[in-house]
Design a protein around this ligand. Structure first.
Ligand SMILES: [Zn+2]
Length: 308
């Protein structure tokens, strides 16, 4: 599950200024858009990316009458919109989205590469799955909010599995956010509890729940987020394989002339994994083991499966 991340090291407003300053096409459009976009980025940060209070830009005020008049003189191609203003809006939108895929020598190519590869994360901050997340997700999708396509605060590291599941979803029918935003939402607390159910030689279920002390609006967000990235099914598969490794570890431990206790071993595992986030998968798993005295007793004394 999700981890709280620091904002990108580069300042989002300054990066947009630099990107816009490099524009040669649609120069007057970018110049007109810049002050409003700067303000929007600050609002984005202030509101913590709240879709119910952030509508996409209408791009038409940033297109000059002159441009519309010259566009109106052009021959309309079969698939083009008949309205010249709509055609121009379509082109500007495409240009804004293109800012996210710059050539190697343009801004913000290096910044995006660093955000994809040099984040130091060993798990996905959206789902908590182990592994280095290699993609960036547009929290507000670039097609709906083209002006935010290259805004760094709108970009978060994510695993490809989460990105595929999230797609372009971001709000419910009332306009409320349905995904946790790792830069803004208060997710540095334990959000998921795991219950491992008997028999401990081969658990019948790995049940997850949101702890009771989570505040109601965050609880709703956690639930929609879990659903949106298909967390339960993916995490359960992880638990099954992790549990087999655990039993195997304890089978080996018993061969030791001076075996350590399950609670000490698991506490050590937990300490090693929850440093970066208390909600990464290994941390949820080991906490589920540690909070289950019957399971700890089984690991120390029970009959382990023969096939290990
Ligand atoms: Zn993920």
């Amino acid at each position: 599950m999700v981890a709280k991340l620091n904002l990108p090291v580069n300042d989002s407003v300054q990066v947009i200024r630099n990107i816009f300053a490099e524009r040669e096409h649609y120069k007057e459009f970018y110049e007109a858009l810049l002050p409003d976009l700067e303000e929007k980025i600050l609002t984005y940060i202030e509101l913590g990316a709240d879709p119910s209070r952030m509508t996409p830009f209408d791009l038409s005020p940033y297109i000059t009458r002159q441009r519309i008049a010259s566009e109106a003189l052009l021959v309309v191609k079969p698939n083009d919109h008949p309205d010249p203003l709509m055609r121009l809006i379509g082109k500007r939108k495409k240009s804004l989205i293109g800012l996210y895929s710059p050539e190697k020598d343009k801004q913000p190519y290096n910044i995006l590469e660093d955000m994809r590869r040099k984040h130091g994360l060993l798990f996905c901050p959206s789902c908590g799955e182990p592994g280095k997340p290699g993609t960036l997700d547009h929290y507000f999708p670039k097609d709906a909010y083209p002006e935010l396509a290259a805004v760094l605060t709108n970009l978060t590291p994510m695993c490809s599995e989460c990105q595929g599941r999230k797609g372009t979803d971001f709000q419910d029918e009332h306009g409320n956010k349905i995904f946790i935003h790792p830069y803004f939402d208060p997710v540095d607390q334990v959000l998921i509890s795991l219950e491992i159910c008997e028999p401990y030689s081969s658990p019948s279920a790995f049940n997850i729940s949101v702890p009771d002390d989570i505040e109601q609006s965050l609880r709703i967000l956690v639930c929609t987020h879990i659903d949106g990235v298909d967390f339960i099914e993916r995490f359960e598969e992880f638990c099954r394989s992790q549990y087999m490794t655990l039993l195997s570890n304890f089978s080996d431990e018993r061969l030791d002339p001076d075996p350590d206790t399950a609670s000490r071993i698991i506490r050590r595992f937990l300490r090693n994994t929850e440093g970066q986030s208390v909600n990464r998968w290994e941390a949820i798993f080991y906490r589920g083991v540690l909070n289950n005295p019957d399971l700890l007793y089984y690991l120390d004394n029970g009959e382990l499966p023969q096939f290990l």
